[in-house]
Design a binder for this molecule. Sequence first.
Ligand code: INS
Ligand code: FE2
Ligand code: FE2
Length: 318
Amino acid sequence: MTISVENPIFEKVSAFQKKSEDKTGELKLDGGFLIPNMATKDDEAFLAPDMNAFGRQFRDYDVESERQKSVEEFYRLQHINQTVDFVTKMRAEYGKLDKKVMSIWECCELLNEVVDESDPDLDEPQIQHLLQSAEAIRKDYPNEDWLHLTALIHDLGKVITLPQFGGLPQWAVVGDTFPVGCAFDESNVHHKYFMENQDFHNKNYNTKNGIYSQGCGLNNVMMSWGHDDYMYMVVKENGSTLPSAGQFIIRYHSFYPLHTAGEYTHLMNEEDKENLKWLHVFNKYDLYSKSKVHIDVEKVKPYYMSLIKKYFPENLRW
Ligand SMILES: O[C@H]1[C@H](O)[C@@H](O)[C@H](O)[C@@H](O)[C@H]1O
Ligand SMILES: [Fe+2]
Ligand SMILES: [Fe+2]
């Protein structure tokens, strides 16, 4: 059943946001959520949720649960198969954008059929995740309409797992991303499985910089193939006017080793560093908005349709 209720988590977040505005007189660019161990006693009421919908911590990949084994198996396959060769092939194949012509909203509806096997925190249809994160960020950043739209579309690339888009296995679609062509950092979850990746043993690829150079810019780095890079291609090649920070969020939102662990920063250039600030904001909403409380799709659809019209052509090549 789909119900439309206010999620109490976001009441708290909005309250915290107001508080940060009061203190400084301007909006702080650090998102509405506080990370539990960064909070002071004073901020207690404004913590991001410390439990996911299954009553466990967010992004805990080791604790025993119904999903732990399948998620670990997912990462085993992902780490073995994401190589420089594989990414090169996927970029060429999906760069053609010859799978379908459709609107952004059509894609949102298609995503209803996708359940993400890599995610320990969510087993809801993806359209709910899109709307939950978009509505949450809209509440705290009412004037940044591009950010609302970015949240709505950030996971649309997951359609490449559907048969009409090539039916890629989940390991080539979802999960955290990481650069290929250089050493796999230990902050990657279930890092041990990289030992079975052929690139792990390739001398050109297994050093800190690998085939890249210090400060080369993420745009010159090959990321493991998945929904981030694919959706970035769709946005860019179809001439969207979404600001560069929005495009950056879409392209790197699964790059937890960078935005959460703080690794791989030697590959960033100045522009990446600017964009990363918005990605930090976005990430809290992407992660902590995951819940069992459904959004009424028909109710919010007109607002998002108006944003799609503002930033995208009616039909896009996918
Ligand atoms: O399991 C999740 C999920 O697939 C997300 O869409 C992705 O962005 C995350 O990085 C990943 O860990
Ligand atoms: Fe994602
Ligand atoms: Fe997401």
